[in-house]
Design a protein around this ligand. Structure first.
Ligand SMILES: Cc1cc2nc3c(=O)[nH]c(=O)nc-3n(C[C@H](O)[C@H](O)[C@H](O)COP(=O)(O)OP(=O)(O)OC[C@H]3O[C@@H](n4cnc5c(N)ncnc54)[C@H](O)[C@@H]3O)c2cc1C
Ligand SMILES: C[S@@+](CC[C@H](N)C(=O)[O-])C[C@H]1O[C@@H](n2cnc3c(N)ncnc32)[C@H](O)[C@@H]1O
Length: 650
């Protein structure tokens, strides 16, 4: 979905105004004053968040972010503030960063916070954008898109709701009865609601959805406003999930690859204690090599699930990796840009049409003709293609080491990250509310209430998802940089080639089914050289493949090629309940309590890992999810069991 930015305009009194909706963004008297009186005060904050672990506010209409900034300011000033504040806001027409700067100049009291918000401001593309602010204790999740589409896709439990669309007569879709019912879905008994509007239809819609309301004095020229709380006549169908207590924030993570390192870092950022078990040597002891992977989002004309999910993964990763560097961790990577070449004129045509239909901002993705592509790549090419200016390459081993170091450094206790390298987990078992990881000799390696399987191809040996995972060999080839004019950007198409780094040009990679040879093979190098010839047809390389260096790895691939990120299904229990599961949803599936999975990243480990870490940590903590619900479902490790149950194949 194309995101149309808001137009910067003011009414005759100088109040920010929307020509599209014909209404002002806030009361003419004072935007910050309205935010404090109607929304912060109307939600009985700061009192209600005092001493909570997590507190979640859901807003309709982010606009200039004044409600957010007023809430942030209040929270910072409160010594009894909740440990972590989550602010989730839906916005169909976000402002561009420059427009926000102009607008924010008017509210001097918010200046330092507003600047931090603008620094973290995401590209204007559809979907959820998670921003971490204020030492990561404040999470802002911006949902760009239409409220009617996005509200049903949110996965969260709100403690407070700010209703702040334009006036109902100009903006009825922000106040519809359907929307109020969605609010009730996301509320718990006691969830507050506050709005500047006192319109009868708003009141009726909220009351019909289960909210109890009172009129109280409004702000500025508005005599009255509404405030209230969720008080359903019948108790909600699914009670609030049990969130781990402070003393049980202890997890075992099996596997210290991209998946395990990212989840360890995300849990550690929330004060978790982690036992990380890895059968290989620590990353520092492994030869770093030249292995580097490419990261860029997938795009498709219909903006399919894969495109939306990789967009979230890509944007989250490129916002977190610099944050890691700011904590002093070194990464070997470059956002040099990635050119996905069309290869032939038919495909170029389809790529041009897709990008025009999608309407992305050019700093996210654009189409470039061959000439412009050659200028970017500084080499001769066969075609133009999609240009991702913020994408690039990354050395995974460096990222893993940095995330583990960050997880260790975050520790408030010395033992917050306990690594167990050089030892494989032979089996896992659940005993007395804890998961136990056992070595081959039966020795207990670690025990904890939560266990995350981040062990790639070995996942389904330890726990079932009712489907086997594929193990697909891949080989990359290293070329000495002096023998070719390497592109200045990453080129992808039938394969990929990276810019020269450290005297080496990395190119690849093979996709070898039914091949488990861990050593580089000459025919795989030859296959990679053929791919390279497609990407750089003018390179004219005459090379002896038997003399080339390279590296081999194994991709773990699920039947639908999407990763497995989430709570593990209890396949045995599903079997015994199969009759009841024929029309079930993922939420109805029996799960193994405390058992999670972050696996099957296939060829996109760099795109999935960081977001998966945040998704799992949010799931485990009962925080708002950083992904839309239909995307989280597409990654859910229970999806195969559910499909089997629906088709009576369990
Ligand atoms: C040739 C090739 C090229 C690729 N190129 C790219 C690319 O350009 N971009 C990209 O994003 N992705 C790329 N990938 C994919 C990417 O490498 C993977 O998606 C990613 O490495 C998966 O990370 P992971 O942590 O899930 O798995 P792994 O990296 O395999 O880590 C799993 C870890 O678990 C450990 N483990 C397993 N079982 C146990 C056990 N029982 N006990 C203890 N430890 C255990 C393993 O030793 C391993 O360290 C490529 C893959 C290959 C093979
Ligand atoms: C009154 S303004 C919000 C002001 C904001 N809360 C603040 O603190 O600055 C209303 C916002 O709702 C947004 N909006 C209107 N219709 C929408 C829709 N259908 N879906 C999502 N957002 C919408 C508008 O773009 C606008 O930014």
């Amino acid at each position: 979905m194309r995101i149309e930015p808001a137009e910067l305009a003011f009414d005759s009194e100088g109040t920010p105004y929307s020509p599209a909706y014909g209404d002002v963004y806030h009361s003419a008297e004072s935007g910050p004053g309205q935010a404090r009186h109607v929304f912060v005060g109307g939600s009985d904050l700061p009192r209600r968040w005092a001493h909570e672990r997590n507190f979640t506010i859901l807003e309709t209409g982010f606009g200039l972010g004044l409600n957010f900034l007023a809430t942030w300011r209040e929270w910072r000033a409160d010594p009894a503030r909740c440990e972590r504040l989550h602010f989730v806001s839906i916005e169909k027409h976000p402002f561009e960063r420059d427009a926000l700067r102009t607008l924010h100049r008017r509210y001097a009291e918010f200046a330092p916070l507003a600047e931090r918000l603008r620094q973290a401001w995401p590209p204007l593309v559809a979907g959820l954008h998670r921003l971490h602010l204020d030492g990561e204790r404040l999470t802002l999740t911006l949902a760009f898109g239409d409220v009617a589409l996005l509200m049903p896709r949110l996965r969260l439990r709100a403690d407070g709701v700010y209703l702040d669309g334009f006036a109902p007569r100009c903006n009825p879709e922000m106040w519809s009865p359907q929307l109020m019912r969605q609010l009730a879905r996301l509320a718990r008994p006691g969830t507050s609601v506050a709005t500047y509007s006192s319109a009868g239809a708003v009141r009726q819609g909220l009351e019909a959805a289960g909210f109890t309301l009172e009129k109280c004095s409004g702000f500025g020229r508005k005599r009255e406003m509404l405030r209230g709380s969720y008080a359903p006549r019948r108790p909600p169908r699914s009670p609030r999930e049990a969130v781990p207590g402070r003393t049980s924030r202890h997890a075992i993570v099996i596997g210290a690859g991209l998946a395990g390192a990212a989840i360890s870092e995300r849990l550690a950022s929330r004060g978790w204690q982690i036992d990380l078990i890895e059968r290989r040597a620590p990353p520092g002891a492994q030869t770093p090599g030249s292995y580097a992977g490419v990261f860029h989002p997938h795009i498709s004309r219909d903006d399919c699930i894969l495109s939306r999910a990789t967009r979230s993964g890509f944007l989250y990763a490129v916002s977190r990796w610099p944050a890691l560097e700011r904590t002093g961790q070194a990464l070997a990577w470059a956002r040099c840009g990635v050119l996905q070449l069309g290869g032939d004129s038919d495909r170029e045509q389809r790529m041009t049409e897709a990008i025009a239909a999608l309407g992305y901002p050019p700093d996210y993705a654009q189409y470039v003709e061959r000439g412009a592509a050659e200028t970017l790549a500084r080499c001769r090419l066969k075609s133009g293609g999609w240009w991702f200016p913020g994408a690039g390459w990354m050395r995974p081993l460096g990222l893993i080491a940095a995330q583990l170091a960050a997880a260790g450094a975050r520790a408030t206790r010395a033992a917050a990250l306990t690594p167990h390298f050089g030892i494989g987990v032979h089996a896992i078992e659940r005993n007395g509310g804890e998961w136990r990881a056992l070595a081959a000799d039966g020795r207990l390696i670690a025990a904890a209430p939560v266990l995350v399987l981040a062990n790639s191809n070995d996942t389904t040996r330890l726990a079932s998802i009712a489907q086997p995972l594929k193990n697909i060999r891949g080989q990359i080839t290293y070329l000495p940089a002096e023998i070719l004019t390497a592109p200045r950007v990453v080129l992808t198409g039938s394969g990929y080639v990276l810019p020269a780094a450290g005297g080496i040009v990395v190119t690849g990679s093979t996709y070898d089914r039914d091949n488990d040879d861990p050593e580089p093979q000459v025919q795989s190098h030859e296959a990679n050289l053929l791919r390279l010839a497609q990407l750089l047809p003018h390179a004219q390389l005459a090379l002896d493949a038997s003399k080339l260096g390279g590296a081999v790895g194994f991709r773990c691939v699920a039947p639908d090629r999407m990763p497995l990120i989430g709570a593990m299904p209890d396949v045995d229990a599903a079997h015994t309940q199969k009759a009841a599961l024929s029309g079930a949803q993922l939420a109805d599936l029996p799960r193994c309590p405390g058992l999670y999975c972050a696996s099957a990243y296939a060829s996109r480990g760099l795109i999935w890992a960081t977001l998966a870490g945040e998704l799992l940590a949010s799931l485990i903590e009962g925080e708002p999810l950083p992904l839309e619900g239909d995307l989280a479902d597409a990654l859910d490790p229970g999806r195969f069991v559910l499909r089997q149950a629906r088709h009576a194949k369990l």
